[in-house]
Design a protein around this ligand. Structure first.
Ligand code: PMP
Length: 400
């Protein structure tokens, strides 16, 4: 893969070559994306949609081309189903707030899962508190696979929405979301998918999945930070009340009454991150040029190799052993605290994440304080994994 496209990787940390295994937190950016950002600010920076002048028209055009690129990337039926946000967190908050204000009444129920990121728990808790609704939770088993057989029993006539992650950021589990969506739809319940950990690692087709909402961040798929997407089916977005009020989302404003703009602008109040949207388009282009299936296959190879090599270490256990996993390995060695392991790995040039990864219920499930998490991206190599395994061994010897 094209490692040389990522200039940040070519540096030393504590006089050791940087090994960046914190890709589930954020990926690094290829030159194509970095150049697109600086080109935007050097040549066409201006506010969009309202300007008659040339720069504004060019920026608007680039912005709307990017929306079409996202539409095509996730195979949405319409470009006005693509809403730009700051990231997955804002996208989920948007769905919870707008769907909630429109459809949730006292006594209604919302289903999430036990392996959700806090971003897909807390917004629903806000909603439940505001509306007097109730949160139900699909559990997972010891391997880290959702107990889908329990879903049917959780759905009642009061269930209004199911919000579930496509891929777990802590366990790596790839959930059978098509199956979940089919079960939910058989009961006329819509499904929101948190795709934050999925979009960079395989093709997503929202029409084939038939999901009602799909949320993700740009920065975990080689795009700039501060840009994300909320995909929603037109039928919901048309009915849903707006999320934030402000410029752009209105049609007419008087002190007596405001009417709202058409889709997608109804959900895009204020000045958007135009340069970052253009950067997101470049990241999509980059992934498509590399080949999304090539990326998926290569990362699976790294996952298998990394799992096999790590398991050679005495006392190492992997948290999350689902049959279908993305390239995320969470582990613990003996009684070593994940934080101590993380610090010693950093001193050897290896960047991993330690802690609860914003998934405290997962840590509670396993009665552990956290894990060490290595997560791979297209620019990582087996040689890096070899060095990493030695580094874990070295740290283990020092800490045990
Ligand atoms: N959901 C999942 C599964 C995630 O991994 C993350 C990021 N760690 C988020 C949501 C939130 O993404 P962001 O912080 O980019 O808004």
């Amino acid at each position: 893969m094209n490692r040389e496209d990522f200039p940040i990787l070519n540096q030393q940390v504590y006089n050791k070559p940087l090994i960046y295994f914190d890709n589930a937190a954020t990926t690094q950016k290829p030159m194509m994306v970095i150049d697109a950002l600086s080109d935007y600010y050097r040549t066409i920076n201006s506010n969009i949609h309202r300007g008659v002048h040339s720069l504004s028209q060019q920026a608007t055009e680039e912005f709307e081309i990017a929306r079409k690129a996202v539409q095509q990337f996730i195979h949405a039926a319409h470009d006005h189903e693509i809403i730009f946000t700051r990231g997955a967190t804002e996208s989920i908050n948007l769905v919870a707030a707008s769907f909630g204000r429109t459809y949730i009444q006292e006594g209604d129920e919302i289903i999430i899962s036990e392996m959700e990121h806090h971003s897909n728990i807390v917004p629903w808790q806000f909603l439940c508190e505001d509306r007097g609704a109730k949160l139900q939770v699909i559990p997972f088993d010891e391997k880290g696979e959702l107990c889908i057989d329990q879903l049917e029993a959780l759905i009642t006539p009061r269930t209004r929405i199911i919000a579930v992650t496509h891929v777990s950021n802590s366990l790596g589990t790839i959930n059978p979301i098509k199956e979940i969506i089919d079960i939910a739809h058989a009961h006329h319940v819509p499904v929101m998918v948190d795709g934050a950990q999925a979009v960079a690692h395989g093709a997503v087709d929202v029409q084939a999945l038939d999901c009602d909402f799909y949320c993700f961040s740009g920065h975990k798929m080689y795009a700039p930070m501060g840009i994300g997407v909320m995909y929603g089916k037109e039928r919901w977005l048309k009915e849903m009340k707006p999320y934030q009020g402000g410029g752009e989302m209105i049609s007419t404003v008087t002190f007596e009454k405001t009417t709202y703009n058409e889709l997608p602008f109804k959900f895009e109040a204020g000045t958007p991150a135009v340069g970052d949207v253009i950067g997101l388009r470049k990241a999509i282009e980059y992934m498509q040029q590399t080949g999304i299936q090539n990326i998926a296959d290569y990362e699976q190879e790294l996952l298998q190799y990394g799992t096999q090599e790590l398991l050679r270490i005495d006392g190492l256990r992997i948290i999350g052993q689902a049959a279908h996993k993305a390239a995320v390995i969470s582990f613990l060695v003996g009684n070593i605290h994940p934080y101590d392991m993380g610090v010693l790995l950093d001193h050897q040039g290896v960047a991993v994440r330690t802690g609860h990864h914003c998934t405290q219920p997962i840590m509670d499930h396993y009665h552990i304080p956290g894990t060490v998490r290595a997560s791979f991206a297209l620019y990582n190599t087996k040689e890096e994994i070899d060095f990493f395994v030695q580094a874990v061994q070295k740290a283990t010897q020092m800490l045990q």
